[in-house]
Design a protein around this ligand. Structure first.
Ligand SMILES: Cc1cc2nc3c(=O)[nH]c(=O)nc-3n(C[C@H](O)[C@H](O)[C@H](O)COP(=O)(O)OP(=O)(O)OC[C@H]3O[C@@H](n4cnc5c(N)ncnc54)[C@H](O)[C@@H]3O)c2cc1C
Length: 509
């Protein structure tokens, strides 16, 4: 649309487009399972993703579902339903926890100022953000000094008397793949702003519809999408410039290649070993993968609402985070598989999406996701692996029955995706579900700045930050600053580069 002469080729190894934004069918169960996107952020009001979809003309083809509830927190002794509206959500929390009113008000004030500033980072960079510059600089400095270097956990300890408030309101950290001890408080504020203030929605029919619509958009613009075509190598000429890619034994010439596969995988598997990439490899050593996920896909023989679950999204919370955190620390330190199961599966929160409530036509489907690590998973196709999947299923069902006993006797079908499944399908390092880990220290997302191979650019959640909207926002930002170098361009992902703003990105992420 913006660059009419540009020829774009997208090369994807899987048989369907979308990566995590895809779906698969189980016809015998009359079920369709979404692989990831149950909640797109930025889909209302001033939301960036909705605006980008509008500009791409996607909204004529997609129907969105806006859930009534942000989520439901299922605590050991009660379920707390949170409305999908910031004002009502704040009011609900203040009514439930009057002793914590001050902390709750502080949290929402922080979201409205610092979360908002972080969310609109690209608008700040391109000068279209309508806030007085002096106050903006002061606020950004304040947030970086006081909020970027503390975890959600530490912030909530200071803010709330009741462990429950922090516990409930920390759940959206899972949307970007982090527990309260992992994520920077500033990053978390931006997640709440993106998901709650800028609207969240599900694409009716599954996120495959969205990916298919994007493919149609590329093809209408004269581009081409090759499926079932793994890229084997990115070709680099003797001047350290991209020459194209080799995929399924075919060579595709291109002067610019945009990769959204995981950077470590790209450097280790797609670039020849003899290239002088020592500095990049050093930088990549500091790029820590986010948590992976383990997923249970479930079909019930009746509507989940009949079994007592009508909310679209429920977090099953077992232990206060401080205790769960101690167990996770111990599990990480020892890498003992049984301790990992206890810490990650039994006592950490599990997110349950009631897909039937979002899209009744795709079956009585519930999907469970929790943050997990590949390290304690045996290799695929082994007996231990099968047994482990069985244990995972049993533990998830037990957690479900404890809180929603109506499901007993109604589970018709289950299937598990482990971190190893995610590696197999996406090549994401360690099966990461959310790209690079975003902690409190200065982050290494910038490994790709001044990349020694000219014409090779990295996109994706690995450079943009976790979530679909972040990957899209970054891609838009790059597309806006793109200048054509040639008329031919191959890519396994998104748009184009521009170096002028990289330091600002580092600061605001
Ligand atoms: C279980 C789960 C639930 C999630 N839920 C949400 C949610 O509700 N909302 C949200 O915003 N985000 C969610 N996320 C995060 C979101 O899905 C991702 O951040 C986003 O989709 C990542 O997109 P990407 O294009 O960066 O990477 P990916 O989706 O990982 O895409 C990488 C692509 O590269 C392809 N590829 C890799 N190697 C090769 C090769 N050699 N040749 C050709 N192709 C190759 C892969 O096949 C894949 O298609 C979730 C993630 C997970 C794991």
């Amino acid at each position: 649309m913006r660059h009419p002469g540009l020829r774009v080729l997208v090369i994807e190894k899987h048989s369907v487009p979308g990566g995590y934004a895809s779906a698969f069918r189980r016809p015998k169960q009359s079920a369709v399972f979404d692989c990831s996107l149950h909640k797109l952020s930025g889909m209302a009001g001033a939301g960036n993703l909705r605006r980008i979809f509008d500009e791409l003309g996607l909204m004529d083809e997609l129907e969105l579902v806006y859930p009534n509830h942000y989520f439901q927190a299922s605590l050991p002794d009660k379920n707390v339903l949170l409305p999908n509206d910031a004002v009502w959500l704040k009011r609900t929390l203040c009514e439930l926890y009057p002793d914590d009113r001050q902390g709750i008000e502080q949290l929402f004030a922080d979201v409205e100022l610092h979360g908002k500033n972080s969310y609109f980072q690209f608008q700040i960079m391109n000068g279209t953000y309508n806030e007085p510059i002096g106050a903006l600089i002061r606020d950004i400095r304040f947030a970086h000094k006081n909020y970027k270097n503390i975890t959600m956990k530490d912030a909530f300890h200071k803010m709330f008397k009741s462990w429950e408030v922090g516990e409930i309101i920390s759940m959206p950290g899972c949307y970007v793949g982090g527990h309260p001890e992992d994520l920077s408080y500033l990053y978390y504020l931006h997640v709440i702003y993106a998901t709650l203030y800028c609207g969240n929605a599900y694409v009716r029919g599954t996120s495959q519809r969205l990916s298919d619509a994007l493919v149609a958009r590329i093809e209408r613009g004269g581009g081409k999408v090759l499926l079932d075509t793994p890229v084997d190598r990115i070709e680099v000429d003797c001047d350290m410039r991209v020459a194209g890619v080799t995929a399924s034994k075919e060579f595709y010439a291109a002067r610019q290649v945009f990769v959204n596969a995981a950077p470590k995988y790209v450097v280790e598997e797609l670039l020849v070993e003899t290239l002088p990439l020592q500095t990049v490899k050093e930088k990549l050593r500091q790029l820590q993968s986010s948590w992976s996920t383990t997923t249970l896909y479930l079909v019930a023989d009746t509507a989940p609402a009949e079994c007592g679950l009508d909310c679209t999204e429920t977090f099953l919370i077992d232990l206060p985070n401080d205790e769960a955190d101690r167990l996770r620390e111990e599990a990480k330190r020892t890498a003992d598989p049984l301790l990992c199961e206890l810490a990650y599966w039994k006592h950490s929160p599990v997110e349950v999406t009631n897909y039937h409530a979002l899209e009744p036509n795709n079956g009585h489907v519930l999907i469970f996701n929790l943050l997990d690590s590949v390290e304690h998973w045996p290799q695929r196709r082994t007996l231990e692996y099968k047994k482990k999947k069985r244990r995972f299923t049993e533990m998830m069902l037990e957690r479900l029955y404890q809180r929603f006993p109506g499901f007993r006797g109604h589970v018709q079908y289950t299937e598990v995706s482990s971190p190893r499944t995610y590696i197999r399908y996406t090549n994401n390092s360690d099966g990461a579900g959310f790209g690079a880990f975003v902690g409190t220290s200065r982050n290494p997302h910038i490994f790709h700045h001044n990349f020694p191979v000219r014409g090779l650019y990295f996109m994706s959640t690995w450079v943009a930050g976790a979530s679909y909207e972040a990957a899209f926002g970054y891609a838009e930002h790059k597309a806006l600053s793109w200048a054509p170098e040639s008329r031919l361009c191959a890519r396994t992902g998104a748009f184009a580069p521009g170096d002028q703003t990289e330091h600002m990105e580092l600061e605001t992420r």
